[in-house]
Ligand binder design. Sequence first.
Ligand code: NAD
Ligand code: TYD
Length: 370
Amino acid sequence: MKTYLITGGAGFIGANFVKYLIKKYGLSAKIIVLDKLTYAGNLQTLENELDKIEFIKGDICNRELVEYIFTKNNIDYVINFAAESHVDRSIESPEIFLKTNILGTQNLLEVSKKAWLIGEDEYKVGVKYLQVSTDEVYGSLGDTGYFTEETPLDPRSPYSASKTSADLIVKAYIDTYKFPANITRCSNNYGPYHFPEKLIPLIIKNIIEGKTLPVYGDGKNVRDWLYVEDHCKAIDIVINKGTLGEIYNVGGHNEKQNIEIVKIIIDIMAELTSKEIKYREVLKTEVGNINENLIKYVKDRKGHDRRYAIDPSKITSELGWYPETKFEDGIIKTIKWYLKNQQWVNGVTSGNYQQYYDKMYNEARQNIIK
Ligand code: NAD
Ligand code: TYD
């Protein structure tokens, strides 16, 4: 049995990864989730998994707590998803991004290094730390070209600067202490449980509510979209097969302009809700209002990166990973999920899930360390 410490496991990708692991490995994976439950972390997302995992509410920056988790458990893998993740918020308030994303990462590295070290530069067999990073560390592309693992780091937002700093600390631990780690750098994810401040879930939510659809600048910025389950598969493969010390880019070869994404979502939602009453019932507006008149071009994001596009050939050729979900299928699955799970959306946007947490906390006190 392998023991995973999954930080940020109540967030979008982390929670999808927890579900993926349980589905794939069942009881042969012992899963400990450490999550601070910020506005982006939602324990309700893990409602059906709580009897199969150990959930700990806490901060990755807390040295005592992380050490305690390591003394109580024989951790094989640390997968660090925990982060402040929204670029717009990082522009407003950079400091928490530096604390969590940089200092939190260093704290996890230091504690796991101490716990795993068995001799000089020698570590327990089979252990690994995986840093979940982003393609945003490479900066912004022009109309052509792709990010490879060799592309120079050139972060341009406080978020991407904090993620880049974290990557460099991980690299320093690899180079200096021969620490057993990998870094994965992924493009934009989409799928279920995505907090509705990010483009795709925000557009779906606003269409349901009959609100305008904010498109930054000219709408022609490009992102390379990857279905979250494909990202989870990539992480699982890197944990099991990745060569220690290596960086792997993970991307979907799915480049789309933001305005294209918005129009695709409008078309699919108009069709689904006009055909099926169960979807129409969810709307707080009329089906006839779902059209391009909802689009509103708004002031551009400061320093808005123009284009991201990943070259995933290293992870494909060396580890056999490839994105399985076509965008056309993934986006329909995602939209249907949001239409069916309005309770989740309302919970996370109203903050009610914090009350849900308090209830869970009282019921499961014995599993939770303060
Ligand atoms: P998210 O914002 O949905 O979730 C982050 C989680 O981390 C939340 O559950 C939050 O409560 C938790 N957290 C925040 N600060 C913490 C702290 N100090 N201690 C413990 N937990 C804390 O983010 P996400 O979209 O799931 O992203 C997960 C990781 O993947 C991040 O590291 C992000 O940089 C990276 N990433 C995301 C994308 C994407 O498209 N979403 C793409 C590439 C990389
Ligand atoms: P986002 O989902 O915030 O991810 P990231 O900035 O990490 O790529 O944004 C995706 C793209 O969509 C980005 O180019 C900014 C743009 N965007 C809008 O045009 N309108 C919005 O309301 C949001 C949230 C993003």
